[in-house]
Design a binder for this molecule. Sequence first.
Ligand code: NAD
Length: 545
Amino acid sequence: MPKTNNMPKGIDLLRDPSWNKGTAFTMEERHELDLIGLLPPYVNSQDEQIVRVLQNFRRKSTPLEKYIYLINLQLRNEMLFYRVIIDNIDEMMKIIYTPTVGMACEYYGMIFQRSLGLYIMLNDKGNIREILQNWYKKEPRVIVVTDGERILGLGDLGTNGMGIPVGKLALYTACAGIDPSVCLPITLDVGTNNEELLDDPFYIGVKQYRVRGEEYDEFIDEFMSSVKEIFPRCLIQFEDFANLNAFRLLDKYWPDYCTFNDDIQGTGSVALAGLFSAMRITKQKITEQKILFLGAGEAGLGIGDMIVAAMVDEGMDIVDALKRCWFVDSKGLIVEGRDHLNDHKLKFAHPHEKVDDLLGAVKALKPTAIVGVSGMKQSFTQEIIEQMSSFNERPIIFALSNPTSKAECTAEQAYQHSKGKAIFASGSPFDPVEYEGQTFVPGQGNNAYIFPGVGLGVLVCDAKTVPNEMFFTAAKTLASQVSQDDLDKGRIYPSLSEIRRVSLAIAEEVMKIAYRLDIARAPKPDDMKATIESQMYEPNYRDYV
Ligand code: NAD
């Protein structure tokens, strides 16, 4: 008999998305649960409902309409929502996540219907504990939090950025089976510097400029300590903070909190996994690579650190490993002696003459790989890709900026300009490309392959912290899940349809690290894989009576 003690009845049951089954309540349930008369007579199966949802979904003419339709479903019937997402992940991911979620955030005020998370504003300082206690679901085990300052590559969207925590947590459930009732999306409203939003009558946030400095830090501090006090077993994922805050907050909190920054660590991990797969194609070693990044922000430096860790793991000296990573940012090539380099960039500043742009850097350095994490669309020009192809048999070209409109080049451009030689991955999805009779399936180098599995492992063993080693092992595990068939198609990540299996494998490796480092609070299970599997949420209806 399923546990249904706290299940509501009657209209409250139909209005509760965690319990609601809509027209699939059986006649017996309708009688027992005070639903008679509240539903049309015909009883649907979940499969019939899925067919109806998919037909309605596919009839919507724009991605944003599809997004709104899915959010409505999530607000109405969570099990049906997740069944549809999981079974159609390729089609759905691009709607609930990048690229469509970016557009949804831009219009968030206009399309807002009902809150799916918590909004905490600066005025709430001193009362954050009380606000957290207003959360109405089970005790949260995962919070995804943003302050909306760097939403994808779209910049400061303030409180409209709430679409990101909501979307990421939907991926936690869909990709790794984290129970949605323990997921909590949070937006911290510290103002916005986006003038358009400040003038927008439909903006849902506080209309004031961003607060910085001590006041901001105290606010974040109260938030972190309140979460730890009220929800002591909760993982906190930082998401889409601007880089002036992201690195410092990570440095400050990771040693004592169960927390990580997905833009830095998750991105580093997924890109490294892609590079591992690329090595299987080129038959080279990571230590033989010279990587040139466009963009030296959270994503770029996070990837750089992870690649250096991989080179060191393969026996290279750290000083030599650092020298194999080069960065171009908005001021040109990062070289020794350049002004205004923070510590994170400084270690990648090598002796070299000044170079103003990416093309110049490609010509001067002859890298084996270029990695786009700048948010600068179309910055991998035909000339740059041709140059890369002139001195590499298989140039590695990762255009990771999101959403699609910000990608450094399209999949088609990468394959065409390299004459089918590029090993390509992008942050947002691209359709397969036909080139001279061959079909290339571009891989999606998206953190969604990493954070759900890492989070699952952390939750199951109740880890106290999330050391970087977990992301390194996640990269290795993800790469190990790529089949020869994937590689033959040019795809350096497994198919999305495999993602729950991948997350399970990552979770197991993450747990092994937690037990080895003695940071797990749950007793060590004899069979880790079976324990994880048993805790993965499956959105199938069950009988209530
Ligand atoms: P960020 O703001 O921290 O860094 C952006 C970097 O780009 C900065 O170093 C900046 O100097 C540089 N830049 C800006 N304009 C430039 C120009 N004209 N020429 C050269 N460099 C320039 O942002 P971030 O968090 O690093 O994210 C950057 C991009 O990466 C975004 O589009 C984001 O969506 C994407 N991203 C993708 C994934 C993924 O999973 N694929 C993950 C994280 C971030």
